[in-house]
Design a protein around this ligand. Structure first.
Ligand code: GLA
Length: 388
């Protein structure tokens, strides 16, 4: 989508005239560090070059009007900028509306209504954070339109707050942070306990990132995401009865071994073990990449998947089929599920000359096991949300 096309679409749906501003927010893929971000651990995501485009213009009343080129049948969704509450009728616009609400809570109240049109090329429900992308798009668009003084990191927290308190998903900070703070050709090594981060150049030595979408649809809100989070919190609370530990992410694997018997429920113990070991793997993986050891990085990705499959139990047949098939292919350095799980995508690091065969072989195996096709994307790493 070019800027001209975006503006043309905006004028068609919303009418001509006035000053129209344009913005872009990427999707994200997480390379390693899954289900660690709400446990005070590390994550290692990057922003993609696919994402959500948006055009916005002020109105002279108090209405917000939204149109998505991805959901044209929903038409123009209208509501007031005052007294914003989540409603079923608002459909997808609850994501941008939640951000308007969260910004207003922090004193960034729009002085008037606005029209906003969006178009996303992240496959919906694929686990590449299309909803966080819409949240950050709204954040940068409102900042641009109304001149609010707020930086991208703060907008990430606002996006998360709106997702938690307006849209009812208890997500961590990873998605919004990656989308807000992404940097071309770099992954972000983020400590979610402190929000300290560094950028790591993604030198994959002749390999590329390939995403496979299982096409199994899932909604985070109605999935078991919130349940996993509660299980980790309950496990931590059992440890805290005896030991002063701020989060599961603060424990080394050795320290966890010493306290794990305090977690009396075996299922919760497995969940906590994943959170602790996945955090340790993430730290190790980033070191491996720094040392140019892409093979070691890939091996840790594989271990991450096994832990998500066996201890955290968030993979399912579709993601396991994609990953286990990927492991058998020539030129695959590592493969794992990415994002919340329960459907969505896998991420693989594949040698450039092996990509065609990878897509063909994994694709065929997937159709014959699952009965419908997966989609494959060879992706590039881009910058965080901003003007377009
Ligand atoms: C979703 C959430 C993130 C994170 C991942 C799992 O993408 O939005 O905060 O918890 O799942 O790592």
């Amino acid at each position: 989508m070019t800027r001209e096309e975006l503006i043309k679409n905006f004028e068609e749906k919303m009418g001509k005239g006035g000053e129209i501003l344009t913005f872009f927010a990427p999707g994200r893929v997480n390379l390693i560090g899954e289900h660690t971000d709400y446990n005070g651990g590390h994550v290692f995501p990057c922003a993609l070059t696919i994402g959500t485009y948006g055009a916005i213009r002020k109105r002279d009343d108090d209405l917000m009007r939204f149109f998505s080129l991805n959901f044209p049948h929903r038409g123009v969704l209208k509501s007031s900028i005052r007294d914003i509450v989540n409603t079923k009728e608002a459909g997808w616009s609850n994501y941008p509306r939640g951000v308007v609400w969260a910004m207003s809570e922090r004193g960034m109240v729009p002085e008037c209504g606005f029209d906003m049109l969006i178009y996303g090329n992240i496959p919906n429900g694929s686990g590449l954070s299309s909803s966080a992308s819409v949240e950050l798009l709204t954040g940068v668009a409102l900042r641009g339109l109304f001149g609010f003084s707020v930086d991208n990191q703060e907008l990430a927290l606002i996006g998360q707050y709106s997702e938690n308190h307006f849209n009812g998903v208890n997500c961590g900070i990873m998605d919004q942070f990656a989308i807000a703070m992404g940097k071309k050709d770099h992954a972000i090594f983020l400590d979610t306990a402190t929000l300290q981060y560094t950028y790591a150049p993604l030198k994959l030595e002749g390999a590329r990132i390939v995403i496979a979408s299982s096409n199994k649809k899932r909604g985070l809100g109605d999935s078991k995401y919130n349940e996993r989070r509660s299980e980790c919190e309950a496990a931590l609370a059992m440890i805290q009865k005896e030991k002063n530990v701020p989060s599961l992410g603060a424990l080394t694997p050795e320290e966890f071994e010493e306290v794990s018997s305090l977690i009396t429920d075996p299922v919760m113990r497995k969940r906590a073990r994943h959170a602790v070991l996945e955090n340790a793997r993430t730290v190790e993986a980033v070191k491996a990449l720094e040392n140019g050891d892409v093979a070691a990085f890939g091996k840790l990705m594989n271990e991450s998947h096994i832990s998500l499959r066996d201890d955290y139990e968030v993979t399912g047949r579709e993601l396991d089929t994609l990953v286990e098939s990927a492991w058998k292919q020539e030129g695959v350095l590592g493969s794992r599920m990415t994002g919340a799980g329960f459907g969505g995508c896998t991420v693989s690091i594949v040698r450039e000359d092996a990509i065609d065969a990878f897509i063909r072989n994994v694709g065929e195996e997937y159709v014959s096991a699952i009965g419908y096709a997966a989609d494959f994307y060879v992706v590039d790493i881009g910058d965080g949300a901003g003007e377009f």
